[in-house]
Design a protein around this ligand. Structure first.
Ligand code: GLN
Ligand code: ZN
Length: 766
């Protein structure tokens, strides 16, 4: 039985790659110095995997920015707008082209936009979306994979396995940049280049080549299935002497099982963490020649593997296939997990004993093999850790569990229907038509960040820190009053991050010191870890909201993060369904909503920025997810009196398939991102005849550009064409945390002027 790994984090345990890239971008280090850091990281990673006893070790999983971008460069998929770099930039051309595609290029009189970024399937990792044109040509452009394989071979010999994104997923994960063709049809032109790459790698000595085809675990059309058959048959016919390893992950193969096991390849990897139940069907259908890689160790989370469970799966596979055809591995690339638990020297030792990061996960893979070969001691140690977690009082709180079970469906409904509430709100707040508000945060300037870091380092006392935050809050409130915003916010100056701020105050969460995971390029995040039943020991935001409310006679919105978003941006428990954890968070937030209400806050916004990105990969699973996600929101909001106005905010586009669920959340007001789509996505709300109030963002907060009043008025006109004008609010697309004050002030002044203009110009009752 062999062990195998699909990919390893490349940022480095001290985030060396992040630092080196950022220094290279501002010319503090040169290309040779950047490459040196990269080379060292790759070699260290290979050594770690070798030391852990992994038999098949990935290379070319390393990337300076993103592995999908690497593929685009390898295959010569370089959008037209970058050709000037190839003709005009002379030094470091390929690297500059590469970073230009990743980040845009504004130098040497050129101004070229970056490629679009989107989430890698259902992870929080973002990749650069390949762009295809009707006459797309493919050719080997970058030599990176060949160089990396050579270096890996020197250290690892036959164990080195180059990793590529497979041809079908590469096409499907990209997008058409013009009309008149379907990108999947490009498979015919693409395959010959894969053949050329594979043959070159074989000549260099490669024994295995991994082709990631995560799309094999998604819903596929007939044509897409045919593309898989075509691609792999064509490749197989034109290569020999090298074994193809197709990797799937994040979902079960389901209806694609036949297709996957019958591809002319040497090995197939399946994710048995996400979908252990698929093993039976795969074993039933697997042909004689195919080796099966079992994804047993969770590459997406921080918990120790339960060896007993894994061994059951291994035994089942070995019984059918024999040890020679079974390979054991993590469930997916370890890119998505933090690097090394050993750096967490301050973690509670009991909880630390339940956890494993990337380096530890390699050992788990290796230990599973050793146990299978008879080293039973290792199994005993693991059993103790698993049992300690299963029965720990740190995890299990009966009161939290009781609260969830005693709750009834009716508690998740507002007392009266929306029209009744709307009437009460109109009487209570007496807003003008097109009321103005913002999404919550105001610029987190360097001054604010410095305050926080000084306080954390102990250079500031709590009262000094609080005082400074109070001053920033007061200023923001004065300023909002001056320009005439209708519903004020306190500015969120006291918050580092919209999830972390709540996680730090809730029981059941822990924070690592160094648990960084790459989000995109040089950006890394350190997600909170939810390890136990979640409860709220004390008020979390009441102090700041009431302080802010006391500074003004205008209504002050309370600001909370919703349960699904908190869940989605954390490492979660794997010992209970996500739904249960979400409900626990929902109750904690519900109590906070009620505390704000009791403290006199009349409007509370519960952000659910991530509800859409939590959608499962397979459509069949959407209804169940949406049901419980909406239910969780309703738990948070359902306790308040009719006269309290509940807002929610979501910052993405595409509402088409989920609009009925958004409506079921029954928020009194929803604010959404719409400006970049020119209100197009409001059509989903219009078609649905969305009944509640809605604030379509009238300006894009992702850029420093200040929109004119006229622009915003015309967006409002467009919105009023689609939806009842008396239900419309006026606000930016999202929070203003990442902006600077000058542009924020200018834009919001224009926004308030636009609302006034709309009041004068747009008929309210058409
Ligand atoms: N209230 C948050 C803010 O304004 C919302 C951020 C978000 O939607 N991502 O920053
Ligand atoms: Zn947002």
């Amino acid at each position: 039985m062999q062990t195998h790994n699909l990919g390893y984090p490349r940022i480095g345990a001290q985030r060396q790659l992040k630092k080196a890239c950022e220094q290279y971008w501002v010319s503090k280090i040169n290309l040779e110095e950047l490459n040196q850091v990269a080379r060292k990281l790759r070699e260290e990673n290979w050594q770690v995997q070798l030391d852990a006893g992994i038999d098949i070790i990935p290379c070319n999983d390393f990337s300076l920015y993103d592995q999908t971008l690497d593929m685009s460069l390898l295959l010569g998929v370089i959008p037209q707008r970058y050709t000037q770099i190839l003709t005009e930039v002379k030094t470091n051309q390929e690297t500059d082209l590469y970073f230009a595609m990743a980040r845009g290029y504004q130098k040497d009189g050129l101004d070229i936009t970056a490629m679009e970024m989107t989430k890698w399937l259902d992870t929080n990792y973002h990749y650069l979306v390949p762009e295809f044109t009707a006459k797309q040509e493919f050719r080997i452009f970058s030599e990176k994979v060949f160089g990396e394989y050579n270096a890996a071979k020197r250290l690892l010999g036959a164990k080195a396995k180059p990793v590529l994104i497979g041809p079908v997923s590469f096409l499907l994960l990209g997008k058409e940049k013009e009309t008149g063709f379907e990108r999947i049809d490009l498979i015919k032109q693409l395959v010959p280049v894969y053949v050329e790459i594979i043959n070159r790698l074989r000549l260099q000595g490669a024994v295995w080549i991994q082709l990631d085809e995560p799309c094999l675990a998604l819903d596929l059309s007939k044509k897409e299935k045919e593309a898989f058959v075509f691609a792999y048959r064509s490749i197989a016919n034109r290569i020999s002497g090298v074994k193809l390893f197709v990797a799937t992950y994040f979902e079960a193969l389901l209806d694609n099982t036949q297709l996957a096991v019958n591809l002319p390849i040497a090995a197939l990897h399946i994710d048995l963490v996400r979908a252990p139940e698929q093993l039976d069907e795969v074993l039933a259908l697997i042909p004689e020649h195919l080796q099966l890689s079992l994804g047993l160790v969770d590459g997406r989370n921080v918990w120790k593997n339960d060896y007993e469970k894994s061994l059951q799966l291994i035994n089942k596979a070995v019984e059918k296939l024999g040890t020679d055809r079974v390979i054991i591995a993590p469930s997916c690339s370890l890119l998505h997990s933090p690097i090394d638990l050993e750096f967490e020297i301050t973690l509670d030792s009991e909880i630390k004993n339940w956890m494993a990061f990337a380096k530890q996960k390699l050992n788990e893979v290796s230990e599973l093999k050793q146990i299978k070969e008879g080293n039973i001691n290792l199994l005993e140690l693991n059993k103790q850790a698993i049992e300690s977690r299963r029965s720990s009082k740190k995890v299990h709180k009966q009161v939290v569990k009781d609260r969830i079970t005693s709750f009834t469906e009716a508690d998740a409904f507002r007392k009266s229907a929306f029209p009744v509430r709307q009437q009460l709100h109109r009487e209570r707040f007496n807003f003008p038509p097109f009321p103005t508000t913002t999404i919550g945060s105001f610029p987190q300037t360097d001054d604010i960040r410095l305050l926080r870091s000084k306080y954390k380092k102990g250079e500031f006392t709590l009262s000094q820190y609080d005082h400074a935050i109070e001053q920033a809050t007061i200023e923001a409130i004065r300023w909002q009053e001056e320009i005439g915003i209708d519903v004020l916010v306190h500015g969120e100056f006291e918050r580092n991050d919209m999830v972390e701020y709540f996680g730090e105050q809730l029981d059941g969460f822990l924070f690592t010191k160094n648990g960084w995971v790459q989000s995109y390029g040089s950006r890394c995040v350190k997600p909170p870890v939810i390890y136990g039943d979640v409860s709220r020991p004390r008020d979390m935001t009441v102090r700041w909201s009431t302080f802010a409310a006391a500074q003004t006679n205008k209504p002050m919105k309370g600001m909370l993060t919703g349960p699904v978003t908190i869940l989605q941006w954390s490492f979660v428990r794997d010992d209970q369904p996500r739904q249960v954890t979400t409900n626990q968070i929902a109750f904690a937030i519900r109590d906070e909503v009620l505390a704000l209400e009791a403290a006199g806050i009349g409007i509370v916004q519960i952000d659910e920025a991530a509800i859409r990105e939590g959608l499962p990969l397979r459509k069949a699973k959407h209804p169940h997810y949406l049901d419980w996600a909406v239910q969780a929101f309703k738990i948070t909001a359902g306790g308040v009196q009719d006269k309290t106005q509940i807002h929610t905010h979501m910052c993405y586009s595409e509402f088409n398939n989920i609009i009925e669920h958004i409506a079921a959340m029954d928020a009194d007001v929803i604010t959404i991102e719409t400006s970049r789509s020119q209100m197009e996505l409001l059509e989903a709300f219009a078609d649905f005849e969305y009944p509640n109030e809605i604030g379509p963002g009238v300006y894009d907060i992702h850029s420093p550009r200040v929109p004119s009043m006229e622009e915003m008025v015309s967006l409002l006109e467009r919105a009023a064409d689609l939806l009842p004008a008396q239900n419309l609010w006026v606000n930016p697309d999202c929070g203003l945390k990442t902006r600077k004050w000058p542009e924020t002030k200018a834009a919001l002044e224009n926004m308030v002027a636009a609302a006034k203009q709309a009041r004068a110009q747009i008929c309210l009752n058409p």
